[in-house]
Design a protein around this ligand. Structure first.
Ligand code: NAD
Length: 355
């Protein structure tokens, strides 16, 4: 099994190093190969996603990704900005399914902005479609309005669209994930207003009939946004489109109160995936050895489960993280009085020791 290691910018190299060491400590014969991406790719090869980096990612069984971006690249033209690397990888690798678990570890209940009794026990998974919807739909552009309240005025427009196979494949990902969890899928749409999401709802319903052991419910996106803060524990797997998923996954991630704890996976049709923390490159704390590596380590656990067929090892890594938290070790972002503050490396070492 070959793992492409794309550490990127800011805290990326610090946190990815810890995750790689955790993978190495498992005693499996994984092969690692690193390449520059993001600002680092631009510095080394003049492009955020150099050709050689893309080829490595395509050839590997999975990609371990840190983060990209730094304020110093803000003046570059859009196509050379570090963040373009993420879009390029998603597109070129066909990564259509974004999995974002939001788990509240009991030890970190105080970090959430919601009351502990509302969030304790939270364990939900958002499955977001990643390559379609209004973000990529064509036509899009600017023109003079042909109708509406101000004909002839300049206007901008985008196109929301989903094809049946696009909806079917993301629905299958959600139902299959639910089978390994609490067997409940909530499909989030805006079927009351949008044709695209009436269509979405019908197709998810049809796919759901292939999974009689999984409960399916449908929620409008406005209600889902409200329910996520009212009673987030009602959810097991949420499946939705690109734009609603973008918004809801950030909302859900904040329920746990700690951006340094949240992993993610982006998968193609053959279980190949890119695994990265949900947070960015945190240039404000880069190079200081204080970043929380746990989101990246938990992303490596997702890699073990979804791409490397090592579910047992994934559970081992997740159990090791829980053990370290239970022992009271905390990086600065999750520190509370009465716990012990550690740096990035010490946290990684502790996880490996717990393994
Ligand atoms: P960010 O997630 O990098 O940081 C937000 C805040 O959270 C900062 O205060 C940071 O110090 C803190 N933080 C983030 N990760 C942490 C960790 N592991 N441990 C401790 N604290 C952590 O978001 P931002 O500041 O808005 O963006 C910074 C750069 O990251 C930008 O260039 C942005 O474009 C980029 N970005 C990249 C990705 C990606 O690579 N997929 C995602 C989001 C943002």
């Amino acid at each position: 099994m070959k793992i492409a290691v794309l550490a990127g910018d800011g805290i990326g190299p610090e946190i990815v190093a810890e995750a790689q060491k955790v993978l190495e400590a498992l005693g499996e014969s994984f092969e690692f190969e690193s390449a520059a991406v993001g600002g680092a790719g631009y510095e080394a090869h003049g492009h955020p996603l150099p050709e050689s980096t893309l080829r490595l990612a395509q050839a590997a069984d999975a990609v371990l990704f840190g983060a990209v971006g730094d304020w110093k690249y803000d003046a570059l033209p859009r196509e050379l900005r570090p963040e373009q690397a993420v879009l390029g990888l998603r597109k070129n690798l066909g990564l259509f399914a974004n999995l974002r678990p939001a788990i509240l570890y009991p030890e970190l209940a105080g970090a959430s902005t919601l009351r502990p009794e509302v969030v304790l026990g939270l364990d939900l998974l958002i499955v977001r479609e990643l390559t379609g919807d209004i973000y990529f739909g064509t036509p899009r552009g600017r023109r003079a309005a042909v109708d509406g309240p101000f004909p002839g005025s300049p206007e901008a427009f985008d196109t929301m669209r989903y094809s049946e196979p696009e909806v079917r494949r993301i629905a299958h990902v959600a139902f299959q994930a639910a089978r390994g969890r609490q067997r409940k899928v909530t499909s989030v749409d805006k079927a009351n207003v949008l044709e695209t999401f009436q269509f979405w709802k019908e197709i998810v319903g049809a796919v759901g009939r292939e999974y009689p052991d999984v409960t399916l419910e449908h929620l409008y996106v406005d209600n889902a946004a409200m329910q996520l803060v009212r009673n987030p524990r009602q959810f097991d797997v949420i499946v939705t489109g690109n734009m609603f998923g973008d918004i809801l996954s950030d909302e859900a991630s904040m329920l746990t109160g700690s951006i340094g704890m949240l992993p993610s996976a982006s998968l193609d049709a053959h279980h190949k995936g890119l695994y990265e923390p949900a947070h960015g490159s945190a240039p404000d704390i880069a190079g200081r050895g204080i970043a929380n590596p746990l989101a990246t380590i938990l992303s490596a656990a997702m890699m073990l489960r979804h791409s490397l067929h090592r579910a047992e090892q994934a559970l081992r890594v997740e159990a090791a993280v829980k053990k370290v938290l239970a022992k009271g070790l905390r990086t600065a972002d999750i520190y509370e009085q009465g716990t012990r503050q550690v740096g990035t490396q010490e946290m990684g070492d502790a996880v490996r020791a717990a393994l």
